[in-house]
Design a protein around this ligand. Sequence first.
Ligand SMILES: Cc1cc2nc3c(=O)[nH]c(=O)nc-3n(C[C@H](O)[C@H](O)[C@H](O)COP(=O)(O)OP(=O)(O)OC[C@H]3O[C@@H](n4cnc5c(N)ncnc54)[C@H](O)[C@@H]3O)c2cc1C
Length: 308
Amino acid sequence: MAVNTASSLISLQEIKLQPSQSLTNFTTWRVGGPAEWIAEPTTIAEIKLLIAWAKQQQVPCHVIGAGSNLLIHDSGLQGLSICMKKFHGSKLNIKNGLVEASGGEPLPTLARRAAKAGLHGLEWAVGIPGTVGGAAVMNAGAQGSCMAEKLESVLVLPLQGKEPFELKKDELGFAYRKSVLQEEQLIVLSARFKLEPGYDQQELTHITNQNLNHRINTQPYDLPSCGSVFRNPEHLKAGQLIEELGLKGYKIGGAEISKTHANFIVNTGNASAKDISQLIATIQKKVKEAHGLSLHTEVKRLGFELKD
Ligand SMILES: Cc1cc2nc3c(=O)[nH]c(=O)nc-3n(C[C@H](O)[C@H](O)[C@H](O)COP(=O)(O)OP(=O)(O)OC[C@H]3O[C@@H](n4cnc5c(N)ncnc54)[C@H](O)[C@@H]3O)c2cc1C
């Protein structure tokens, strides 16, 4: 089958649209049922074609980055899942600090490249295993910094399949782990950053390595997880609230509240999305009972509409 887009005619075989693929390898929690259809585009033309195909078939379209902040239902996802991980690459200008990175560029790769180029501003990002697109959507952050600080604009493509357009930082509604991109039907194709040029490369690389080592020593990087599950309530730490209730190590099925960091839920080997979902609900209930506080998830759910 082929779809005629404005610029080209590309066959669906050419862009390797796959039916019934398990999504466990597309999420860092290693859970999730099958995608009805999935593709990993490498060019904007392919992305446009995929969107055109989904529109023609009248099926929903889901966007997945590195799946490092996603809980996907055990029964999987209807329609088309577009995984952006193969849409990667970045250009760094060491003179003026302007950086252009594709939506699927791994954030740790970008952080390392920036440090090696003497560009200051992304050293905090090395331990976040997401893509640039996912990090922009989530306004990912660590060590007191976040995407919103150095990001200037994003290039987005509507899932309705029109032309790409730019959104500037002040249009993105950035707040703590929030952006308007979470509510919009848009694919982040690329992001532009303004970093600070002229820094010592070795010093930046050293700080970047230190940041990574600190995280490896304080967070459970040895087991599948999605990082922090809950947003921190104002002036409080979700992990501390959970730890104080003695919940570290508490398990449902294969999902366990990490013994290293209580805001992480780890997959000990055979967890299902249902196990994780139930554990999230249990934590929320216990924190509510103990403190009268509602914990909200930072993690995004896909495929849970009208299901348990
Ligand atoms: C070990 C570990 C540590 C972590 N530490 C941190 C941390 O310190 N700070 C932090 O903020 N997060 C952290 N995270 C969570 C996660 O890495 C970030 O939220 C990351 O930014 C998500 O990026 P992603 O590409 O994996 O997005 P995904 O999880 O794939 O998707 C997240 C959301 O973004 C959307 N999306 C993804 N890509 C695109 C795109 N190109 N266009 C449009 N929408 C898109 C998805 O539809 C979904 O709604 C951690 C996760 C792990 C596993």
